[in-house]
Ligand binder design. Structure first.
Ligand SMILES: Nc1ncnc2c1ncn2[C@@H]1O[C@H](COP(=O)(O)OP(=O)(O)O)[C@@H](O)[C@H]1O
Ligand SMILES: O=C(O)[C@H](O)[C@@H](O)[C@H](O)[C@H](O)COP(=O)(O)O
Length: 198
């Protein structure tokens, strides 16, 4: 990753993935480690979006457009200082929209299977997002493609390990091809996209 040889410190990192995958938890840890501001995607939703999800209806592209634009504006505004923002960014088109506002974004896709994420969501208290929407989140999800700057990290381990693995994957000079001592299985991370190959 870091094809341009940039320091992770001055990058804006988008922590993406389906609801309940740990974007908030891991995103905060990453921001702390990088010593950059953190922003929570849910804070950018218009109230109507929160009401819709709370009622058990998935958002559509039109609902997500102003939300993505608000997150893109935040990312653009933090391009110099760096930052970490959570955002499900489920579709390629959504990530394109974010990149249109902030071209140098790098994505950390947190991945986990439906059963694990469903359990974690069910245990999470005081959150508007119903577990019932998880199937639609997985159905909508389009993983990072080969030309997108980013890495995928499994959320099977605890949050600190996930954050550590994400940071390692983001570091300049990260091994482009998994070596025998650092396979995706061993590290819990699955490099994806052009960025992970730098
Ligand atoms: N790696 C992890 N291991 C165990 N539990 C986790 C992990 N990451 C997040 N959690 C827990 O899972 C729930 C969902 O995490 P959260 O950060 O709110 O996800 P998201 O922001 O993607 O919806 C929370 O209760 C959180 O404490
Ligand atoms: O695009 C969407 O459908 C929503 O933005 C969704 O992906 C997001 O995850 C919710 O805001 C729930 O919040 P959590 O991801 O924090 O559960």
């Amino acid at each position: 990753m870091n094809t341009a040889g940039e320091s992770t410190q001055s990058q804006v990192v988008v922590v993406m993935g389906v609801a309940g995958t740990g974007k908030t938890t891991v995103g905060r840890l990453l921001a702390e480690d990088l010593d950059v501001p953190y922003a929570e995607a849910d804070a950018f939703h218009p109230p109507a979006n929160v009401a819709k999800m709370s009622a058990g209806t998935p958002l559509d592209d039109a609902d997500r457009a102003p939300w993505l634009d608000a997150i893109g504006a935040w990312a653009h505004g933090h391009a110099d200082r760096g930052g970490v923002v959570s955002c499900s960014a489920l579709k390629r088109a959504y990530r394109d929209r974010l990149r249109a506002a902030a071209p140098h974004l790098v994505f950390v896709h947190l991945t986990g299977d439906r059963a694990l994420i469903g359990r974690r969501m069910a245990e999470r208290a005081d959150h508007f997002m119903p577990v019932a929407l998880l199937d639609s989140q997985f159905a909508t999800l389009e993983p990072l493609q080969a030309d997108e700057r980013g890495v995928s990290v499994s959320v099977a381990p605890g949050p600190r390990a996930v954050a550590r693995r994400a940071l390692a994957a983001l570091r300049p000079g990260h091994a482009p091809v998994p070596s025998p001592v650092a396979t995706p299985e061993a590290t819990g991370e699955a490099p994806t996209g052009a960025a992970s190959h730098a």
